[in-house]
Design a protein around this ligand. Structure first.
Ligand code: ATP
Ligand code: MG
Length: 513
């Protein structure tokens, strides 16, 4: 008899429906699997047979032909086990389906004991199942929370093959999970707070501007001045993720198999801080079954590169394209996969190896030439992509010892950031543009949106000539000035906005000449 059941595959962060056809004939026992499967899918044969027998059923002694369709798309991973075994048992009449199968999608790996194991990317596959019009989706208990994150389809958490059979045969029906999840803002922002950081008013202001416009930031200064401390607190002044943003970020984490247990949606902005020993592939993504890298895991959040000059050049160079395109494309024999990667880059570094070059009181112990060599580890193009560059000076004793009762909390700063972003969004919406951060404005849009007063233009011209700016540098100053004006709720960019933007970009001249 021929049986048809459904499952879903994964490509990048998108799922696609897969039809599993099983043809069982009373010939000599055989087991064929066709339809462009990879190794893990081929091994399904062994898992399915053993899982069946360990679930107290005899594996059918018939000739079995299984086809995974569409045949031209590569099927990866072990998530088809459940659909394959369900199809086989249906084809030989073990499942009499009091529950219909044609409106259901089965996802999950079988262990040899017949229990279900979690797989990567369930949220994405579940979304594809819903789009394809399925009413029910069966997933491993381990993936239940992520599958239930969004409404629109009945989700059943399946513990084992036996439990699924009892459900399908009407002996012991499963209850669908309640779907949809709401998160209160309070739980989103617990822990690190800007109020913990003493002094460093300039750096705090720089991070506020960066957060409002989505700009990349370079923090530079001697050891122990609060660079790492401030960077880690950046997510606390960013507005909460919108539902759409949360969904995309969750899909990426789902594909990477990184969703924490019991959490349906990634609701906090990601903060990723890869170590400088990390490979370019783990940073930008790749591998035989392309997996997202750190830059995609940081999508809609922050990528923090601490001790920037310690990162090998080929690793930081791999960041250049995604920093311009906000996505990364990985090419493999099986096709091209694109992962989103719109993140804010925050980098921190000392001005030299000993850390004290340019320090007002401590002597730098680096040999002449070493400082320049150290700084040269940060390439020009990388430096150019840092809209905001700020120096953190050593704190005086008074600054570090006296608690500041007026120190602003992250919540206060976040309110200003959120207001500035709303101000910018309204401007773009008025022109029917897709709302984006100022950092993502194209050169044409910079012209259109960055209207400045005559005084502001005169000041920019003066800086352009005096500082020998490039065209790109000119646009970057305008983008940052646009954000400073947004924080001021000012439609026009004024002199003081340009002045602050120039001030936030003076380090390359001090250190890199
Ligand atoms: N501005 C500050 N306010 C309060 N505490 C601070 C400040 N700066 C540094 N500290 C204290 O010093 C510790 C080290 O700070 P942090 O790790 O941010 O330094 P850093 O600038 O990243 O130094 P390095 O260059 O060595 O990485 C912090 O954990 C904190 O206890
Ligand atoms: Mg540090």
């Amino acid at each position: 008899m021929l049986s048809t059941v459904y499952s879903a595959g994964l490509f990048g962060i998108d799922g696609f429906p897969v039809t599993v056809e099983v043809d069982a004939r009373p010939n000599l026992p055989s087991f064929e699997l066709v339809g462009l499967p990879d190794m893990a899918v081929k091994e399904a044969k062994e898992r399915v047979r053993t899982a069946c027998e360990n679930s107290g059923l005899r594996f059918p002694e018939t000739s079995l032909m299984i086809n995974l369709a569409p045949a031209d798309r590569r099927k990866e991973g072990s998530g088809f086990d459940l659909a394959i075994l369900t199809g086989i048992l249906h084809a030989v009449g073990v499942i009499r389906h009091t529950v219909p199968l044609e409106d259901s999608c089965f996802i999950g790996e079988l262990s040899l004991s017949g229990r279900l194991r979690g797989v990567r990317g369930v949220l994405c596959m579940r979304a594809a199942a819903r789009e394809a019009g399925f009413q029910n989706v069966y997933v491993p208990t381990e993936n239940a929370a992520e599958a239930a994150a969004v409404r629109g389809i009945r989700v059943y958490a399946v513990e084992s093959m036996t439990a699924l059979l009892d459900h399908l045969n009407g002996r012991k029906p499963l209850t669908p999970l309640s779907t949809g999840e709401t998160v209160s803002d309070d739980e989103l922002y617990v822990g690190l707070d800007f109020a913990d950081v003493r002094g460093q008013a300039m750096a705090k202001r720089a991070l506020e501007i960066a957060a409002a416009g989505g700009h990349n930031v370079l923090l530079i200064g001697p050891p122990g001045t609060g660079k790492s401390m401030l960077a880690k607190r950046l997510p606390s002044i960013l507005p909460p993720l919108t539902f759409e943003e949360a969904l995309t970020t969750t899909k990426i984490h789902s594909v990477a198999g990184l969703l924490p247990d019991g959490h349906a949606l990634v609701t906090r902005r990601p903060f990723r801080s890869p170590h400088h020993t990390m490979s370019a592939v783990s940073l930008v993504g790749g591998g035989a079954n392309p997996a997202p890298g750190e830059i995609s895991l940081a999508h809609n959040g922050v990528l923090f590169l601490d001790e920037l000059p310690e990162f090998p050049k080929q690793v930081t160079d791999a960041l250049r394209q995604p920093l311009e395109d906000f996505k990364v494309t990985i090419t493999r024999a099986s096709g091209r996969v694109t992962f989103p990667s719109a993140f804010m880059l925050v980098a921190a570094m000392n001005p030299c190896r000993c850390g004290y070059f340019g320090h007002p009181t401590r002597k730098c112990t680096c040999r002449s030439g070493d400082v320049a060599r150290y700084l040269a580890n940060v390439s020009g193009p990388m430096l150019d992509r840092m809209d905001i560059q700020i120096e953190l000076p050593s704190l005086s004793f008074d600054e570090i010892s006296a608690a500041d009762p007026h120190a602003e909390s992250s919540a206060t700063i976040r309110a200003r950031v959120t207001a500035a972003r709303a101000f910018a969004r309204a401007r773009m919406a008025a022109e029917n543009d897709q709302p984006r951060c100022n950092a993502q404005l194209s050169p044409a849009e910079v012209h259109r949106y960055c209207r400045a007063t005559d005084g502001a233009i005169a000041l920019l011209k003066q800086a352009y000539d005096a500082l020998g700016l490039s065209a790109r540098g000119h646009d970057r100053i305008l983008r940052v000035a646009r954000t400073v004006a947004d924080l001021d709720a000012s439609e026009h960019i004024r002199e003081e906005h340009i002045a602050q933007a120039i001030q936030m970009r003076s380090l390359d001249r001090k250190y890199w000449h």
